[in-house]
Design a protein around this ligand. Structure first.
Ligand code: S3P
Length: 465
């Protein structure tokens, strides 16, 4: 009898084949938000198909933006998203609450946009988002002149009374691309100059997208004490400055494939002997490719080839082949640039070589507590895993047994458990696996297509929702 939201994953002996992954979630949010406050019409191809990016479009529609979807020229591609820009500070008050669903990126970045509009907006989310901290955007947006209130512990719902904002210089304590982006989007609509001095480098899609929409953004190496990392580790954060009042120009944009979605099959290929996976059309922005360095350090043979550039975003091909497996240590310096890949990187420890992560306390405030739930889930299927205050260790030991594990409605945990399941001796039943719809709706179909299973491995289970 199938259980709703449960997917059963059989072991596999290798993964092989060619893959395209859905459009990048981070870039899709940004193109949608910038299109809505640009002048003229924008068309976005390969917009991320998941629920998170649909939440951003729904919120923009509620704010008076005309958003439409039309079939792409090739039937296999996702619909083109067309957005009629309302111009800087041109959004209209929403009649109801703005439902950001499961999407922290929507709530934080849209927060920066509506803070510059002279009306009250109420941003709400699902049970997971309603537990996530919003103080990190409330501080800077208040300093700029907006009024923000939230529930206990500064958690959603988030009420924002927008205003005519004034630029600030902001130095966040925690590296966060969402917070940086919220402040830059508010700064674009403020008077004067707004700058953000990052404590460490985070994904720079907002900076690249602003430039692609015609705004001047200046980026200088950091002068903040303590932010320079030793050679070979994370790039130090930058000072990013935007002048308020610059008008954006709508245009045609194509979203690259999402490297964070590619990470799941890339890790499977690194982990299973004889594997060979090629992923085409994937975003290779250097602020996202630390994953490649980590996989190489683990021992995988990874080729990354930039073939093109769309709106300042490098796009290309990745080929990942299994080679060796060694112990992996990931420390605070590297964490911001692999933050979304840490759950799946943890699974490498269940195949060979242990994985030790520290300086990753931020994982506790993601879609779930990704330290506690990841370790609990891996242990439930037989892993030797230990939770630490700011990270975890997964020790290479006995083969996983399989069994039943709960994804806690967290898309990246559901997919990480599915990758771990490939190396188990029996089937793994993942409850709450329908969460993959948040970022990678076709994940289980893609996994099933690339996973090669001989009779002895199959054990009667098949991936079905
Ligand atoms: C994102 C930034 C990261 C990341 C999230 C997407 C973005 O969050 O975990 O999935 O698109 O800017 P933080 O900014 O909270 O680190």
């Amino acid at each position: 009898m199938p259980v709703a939201g449960r997917v059963s994953v059989s072991p596999a002996h290798r993964v092989a084949g060619v893959l395209r992954v859905p459009g990048d979630k981070s870039i899709s949010h940004r193109y949608a938000l910038l299109s809505a406050i640009a002048d003229g019409r924008s068309t976005i191809a390969n917009y991320a198909p998941g629920a998170d990016c649909a939440s951003t479009l729904a919120c923009l529609s509620a704010l008076g933006t005309i958003v439409s979807r039309t079939p792409a020229p090739r039937a296999e591609d996702p619909p083109l998203v067309t957005i009629d820009g309302r111009g800087l500070r041109g959004l209209r008050p929403s009649v109801g609450d703005l439902d950001c669903g499961n999407s922290g990126s929507t709530m934080r970045m849209l927060g920066g946009v509506v803070a510059a509009h002279p009306f009250v907006s109420t941003l709400i989310g699902d049970a997971s988002l309603s537990r996530r901290p919003m103080r990190r955007i409330m501080g800077p947006l208040t300093l700029m002149g907006a009024s923000l209130t939230a529930g206990p512990g500064d958690r959603p719902p988030l009420h924002i009374r927008g205003a005519e904002l004034t630029g600030i210089r902001f130095e966040p304590d925690t590296p966060s691309a969402q917070v940086k982006s919220a402040v830059l989007l508010a700064g674009l609509q403020a008077s004067g100059e707004t700058s953000v001095l990052e404590p460490a480098s985070t994904r720079d899609h907002t900076e690249r997208a602003l430039a692609a929409f015609g705004a001047a953004v200046s980026i200088h190496p950091s002068t903040r004490p303590g932010t320079h990392s030793p050679p070979g580790s994370l790039r130090a954060g930058a000072l990013i400055t935007v002048q308020g009042g610059q008008r954006l120009r709508g245009g045609s944009f194509t979203v690259p494939g999402d490297l964070s979605s590619a990470a799941f099959l890339a890790v499977a290929a690194a982990a299973l002997p004889d594997s060979d996976v090629s992923i085409s059309g994937v975003g290779l922005n250097p602020s996202r490719t630390a994953l490649i360095d980590v996989l190489r350090r683990f021992g995988a043979d990874v080729e990354a080839t930039v073939e093109d550039e769309h709106a300042g975003e490098p796009v290309g091909r990745l080929r990942i082949r299994h080679a060796r497996m060694t112990d992996l240590v990931i420390t605070a310096d590297e964490v911001p640039e692999v933050i979304d890949e840490l759950p799946v990187l943890a699974t490498l420890g269940t195949f060979g070589g242990s994985v030790t992560v520290s300086g990753a306390g931020e994982l506790r405030v993601k879609e779930s507590d990704r330290i506690a739930e990841l370790v609990a889930g891996l242990r439930a299927v037989g892993a030797d895993a230990e939770e630490r205050p700011d990270g975890f260790q997964v020790r290479c030991g006995a083969r996983l047994t399989g069994g039943t594990v709960h994804a806690r409605h967290d898309h990246r945990l559901a997919m990480a458990f599915a990758i771990a399941a490939l190396g188990a001796s029996g089937p793994t039943h993942i409850d709450g696996a329908d969460a993959v719809a948040v970022s990678y709706p076709s994940f289980f179909e893609d996994l099933d297509r690339l996973a090669q299973r001989d009779r002895a491995h199959v054990d009667g289970a098949k991936a079905t929702l």
